[in-house]
Design a protein around this ligand. Structure first.
Ligand SMILES: Cc1ncc(COP(=O)(O)O)c(C=O)c1O
Length: 442
């Protein structure tokens, strides 16, 4: 028996929908009894079901319906081909559906998937991936705590810093993004995104990236300073070498931990395997995610064993997770990392950065900032950027804007894109700009 139609009710009102069943009526979504809902859904397209039953993160999702992805391309269900110019937000650095990653996923899922909570059994994919990672990191970063996501890596690092130092304060930066869970959100470098979710974690201070104030603020109460080695969502902003080195030095002097977030910047996105290599510093804790899992969900915070072991005692099980370091994610991540290591020089990132700089020139562009295979193309406004992004999408190029720099277009192709492909995609972007320019002129 269907209940009263939602249109007869006010949005946001709690109503009784049947015995012991209550629901909040949201906007114009109707409520039906379970069987009515099943019947209605049978006739709906995936697009309709997406808007009806999948929680939305914005009023304007990109809304492509992708059937498959391979290399630098994604193909929608009509067969239309798109160049993925954002690599699933810096995840698919070696391209989509790499055969070695697929093989690793198959092999591991046939052997075993979930066995037990993280940290109890010796799971070969986890152990082998941890070993491979630390073999390619400075010796002090020798112990990996795997997580399910980037934001959980941030949470783990914050806890570790507090546990190790016994101090209450954390210093972080305006226009930085470290994740969306409550602790990581407290670090979020914008009041606009923080404010609705108060109360946030106490003891957190925000400073301008590259500012002397931040360095001066580090004192004997500071547990850690957490920053992106290159700010991603601020539209590719690099630290000055002097500043980040001074920050590092002050952390050492005050015995505060330096946490570098390379969840987006890691895995050769900026041209070196780790972005911090370019500044001759080594963090106390490194955050990884995104490309770490080779397309599967995986994050990690990495530190020296002496620090990391504090999470195992007093209290025991100080940081635990059911699925962290999932064996299939670790197997996929390790395979992807091996492919990346094998191809690092072949990817010719420096040459391709030059291509981006030389081929992305147009009167609509205010500035192009790059860090390896990563660029922010700055326009005069968000409105203009959105039009160009939409035009690019029509022309078969997937791109997007940045959270704190909405007037900037994101360019972060798979590192495996060839020079010729990159030139051609830059030309397509210029054509898209010409079309928007022509529209603007009329
Ligand atoms: C720099 C940075 N840190 C942390 C995160 C959070 O990662 P996740 O979305 O996997 O939780 C992101 C995600 O975009 C990020 O870009």
């Amino acid at each position: 028996m269907p209940y009263k139609s939602a249109t007869q009710r006010k949005p946001g009102v709690v109503v009784k929908t049947g015995p012991k069943k209550y629901a909040i009526i949201h906007n114009s979504i109707s409520l039906y009894s379970m069987s009515d809902s099943v019947n209605k859904n049978a006739a709906l397209t995936n697009r309709q079901l997406f808007f009806r039953h999948v929680a939305q993160t914005s009023p304007e999702p990109i809304g492509l319906e992708i059937a498959r992805a391979e290399g630098i391309y994604q193909f929608d269900k009509t067969g239309k081909k798109y160049v993925d110019l954002i690599s699933g937000f810096s995840v698919c650095n070696i391209g989509h559906s790499h055969p070695e990653v697929i093989e690793a996923v198959k092999r591991q899922s046939q052997a075993y998937m979930h066995l037990i909570v993280y940290g109890e059994f010796i799971e070969s994919p986890q152990v082998q991936y941890a070993k491979l990672l630390v073999d390619h990191l400075p010796t002090s970063l020798n112990t990996v705590y795997f997580t399910n996501s980037g934001t959980e890596a941030t949470e783990g690092a914050m806890k570790l810093a507090k546990r190790v130092t016994g101090r209450p304060h954390i210093i972080c930066f305006n226009n930085s993004y470290h994740g969306s869970t409550q602790g990581a959100l407290s670090l979020m470098g914008s009041e606009y995104w923080r404010n609705a979710f108060r109360p946030l974690l106490p003891g957190i201070s925000h400073f301008d990236y590259n500012s002397a104030d931040a360095i001066e603020a580090i004192d004997e109460t500071t547990a850690c300073v957490i920053l992106e080695t290159v700010q991603a969502e601020n539209g590719i902003i690099k630290p000055s070498k002097e500043w980040i080195q001074a920050l590092h030095k002050r952390c050492k002097e005050q015995k505060a931990l330096l946490v570098l977030d390379e969840i987006q910047a890691g895995f050769a996105r900026t041209g070196t395997l780790w972005a911090f290599e370019q500044f001759n510093i080594v963090p106390d804790i490194l955050l990884l995610g995104k490309a770490l899992g080779g397309g599967m969900p995986l994050g990690a915070f990495i530190a020296c064993q002496q620090l990391m072991q504090t999470l195992a005692a007093d209290p025991v099980l100080g940081h635990i997770s059911t699925f962290a370091g999932h064996p299939v994610s670790c197997a996929a991540g390790k395979a992807a990392f091996e492919v990346l290591l094998e191809n690092l020089t072949r990817y010719e990132i420096a040459q391709k950065e030059t291509i981006l700089k030389t081929h992305l020139q147009h009167s609509l562009i205010k500035e192009v900032r790059t860090a390896g295979m990563w660029a922010a193309i700055e326009f005069e406004s968000f409105e203009l950027n959105k039009k160009i992004i939409r035009m690019c999408l029509d022309r078969g190029i997937i791109t997007d804007w940045f959270l704190f720099a909405p007037e900037c277009m994101r360019v972060a192709p798979p590192l495996s894109i060839t020079g010729a492909e990159l030139i051609s995609v830059c030309q397509e972007i210029i054509i898209a700009m010409n079309e928007v320019f022509a529209e603007k002129a009329t």
